[in-house]
Design a protein around this ligand. Structure first.
Ligand code: P5A
Length: 445
């Protein structure tokens, strides 16, 4: 993409209404525009990152064997009356009527809808296990929408639902989601710590929230510092191997990590004092096991191998896809702007032409652009007739992890400059070597 032809409405000034850095930077970098309280339009660069995050989620869901579907945003109130949640959900649920006076609602989550699909089409244990998921817009009429996409009213969520014959199988599904989520967040360059939490209006006994540590986080968390160095890394996970999933789950949950809702001071005090941490975190996902809560009330049964009708065991699992943009920026920025992890960056590499209109510089930039594109990467070429300072400031603000700077002086010596946004370190290389380096960096992402 050439910046002169892109739509990147960056703001020079700090927007007055943005209280936290991710919200400020998303507005300044022209990623989102507020449409109403807690409701946003996604401008090209914001939309691009949203899609990247969504793709990672899809890829990791496929790896875990989960099947994508798409359920409607507007749902019939009658379905929600079956579970009792139409009345229980309270004012967070946005309700409306159609022209015939029928009650509808904007989906805040979709346990009822997916259970309805299940009961219509599945009747035998032979069709289990099954996990269906979607990535879909949700609406919750939050009392205090704030911090931009972090606590929106309209937000984008991955929501998955497992159906299993027994509690034991459903616990395996829970652990499979647990491990799959660890992988998903790691690919986004995040450390998201699973913490024992409270299940709220979704219901159930077992639940973990995944939290990214950040001072601006809305949850208070208590943990053993050893959990922060845990990684899955390149560990080869077989998502069909229940023992392996259990092993990874046990390893992660053996260390103390809880939100304030389930915090237990006595247990926490058993953690060696120098490892006890009290901090704040952003909840980027949550998984639940709630057994037969929905299947019993809605009649989602299967015939088991004894020929008996039994309600299925279920859980649901959510990732805050739109919230993740805010969380990633909170975790990765400096005073100049965003620093995108390679896994989610909107463009792989910036190209800055220091002397637009200079034949040699223009030709070198075109060459870099073509070579990076041919290698399957997306460069963003700042081909505007702007001062170098302005171009660097824009690149730093929008946070592409790598930048190649091209100027007549370097070209005389046959070199361009490759700069890391994260470290600020630069290296002089031939244009070919610079392309090769960038290609190599992205080979693992
Ligand atoms: C799990 C999937 C559920 O709704 N039902 C289906 C379960 N869980 S949850 O924890 O309530 O939400 C899942 C994730 O969605 C994000 N989230 C939000 N993001 C932005 N703005 C909001 N107002 C908002 N509310 C929830 C969180 O990341 C949460 O973990």
């Amino acid at each position: 993409m050439r910046l002169s032809r892109y739509f990147l409405p960056v703001l020079k000034e700090n927007p007055a209404d943005a209280q936290i850095v991710s919200h400020r930077l998303m507005l300044r970098a022209g990623m989102i525009k507020q449409a109403a309280s807690g409701i946003y339009s996604w401008l090209p660069m914001g939309f691009k990152v949203l899609r990247k995050i969504e793709n990672i989620v899809h890829e990791e869901q496929a790896r875990a064997g989960h099947i994508p579907i798409q359920m409607p945003i507007l749902q019939s109130a009658d379905l929600w009356r079956e579970s009792g949640r139409y009345d229980d959900y309270g004012q967070e649920m946005l309700r409306m009527q159609d022209r015939h006076g029928r009650d509808l609602l904007f989906t805040p989550t979709a346990e009822e809808m997916v259970t309805d699909i299940f009961r219509a089409h599945v009747s035998s244990y032979k069709d289990l296990p099954l996990t269906l998921y979607q990535i879909q817009w949700k609406f919750r009429d939050e009392v205090r929408p704030r911090f931009g996409v972090m606590r929106g009213r309209e937000f984008y969520m991955k929501d998955g639902y497992n159906f299993d014959l027994t509690k034991e199988d459903a616990i395996t599904a829970y652990q499979r989601h647990f491990v799959s989520y660890l992988r998903t967040y790691e690919r986004m360059g995040l450390t998201a710590i699973p913490m024992r939490a409270d299940s709220g209006p979704i219901g159930g006994d077992d639940t973990h929230e995944f939290l990214v540590l950040a001072e601006t986080g809305e949850s208070e968390v208590f943990y053993d510092d050893l959990v922060t160095v845990n990684t899955l890394g390149n560990q080869d996970v077989d998502f069909n191997d229940a023992n392996q999933l259990q092993g990874i789950y046990d390893e992660w949950t053996s260390l103390y990590a809880r939100t304030d809702e389930t915090h237990d001071e006595a247990l926490f005090n058993e953690v060696p004092e120098d490892r006890r941490r009290v901090a704040r975190g952003i909840e980027v996902g949550q998984i639940f096991y709630f057994g037969t809560k929905y299947s019993e009330s809605m009649g989602a049964n299967v015939i088991n191998d004894q020929g008996k009708q039994v309600p299925v065991h279920m859980g649901s699992h959510g990732i805050g896809v739109s919230r993740l943009l805010g969380a990633i920026i909170e975790a990765s920025h400096d005073d100049k702007g965003i620093i995108w992890p390679e896994g989610v960056t909107p463009f792989h590499c910036g190209i800055v032409n220091l002397k637009q209109g200079d034949d040699e510089a223009d030709a070198a930039c075109d060459g870099l652009y073509k070579a990076l594109t041919a290698a399957g990467l997306e460069p963003l070429y700042d081909d505007r007739k702007e001062r170098a300072g302005g171009k660097f400031a824009t690149m730093d603000l929008i946070g592409l992890p790598w930048r190649i700077t091209v100027g007549p002086r370097g070209l005389k010596n046959g070199v361009v400059e490759l700069t890391s946004r994260r470290t600020g370190e630069s290296e002089e290389l031939s244009p070919e070597a610079a392309v090769a380096r960038v290609v190599e960096i992205y080979a693992n992402h």
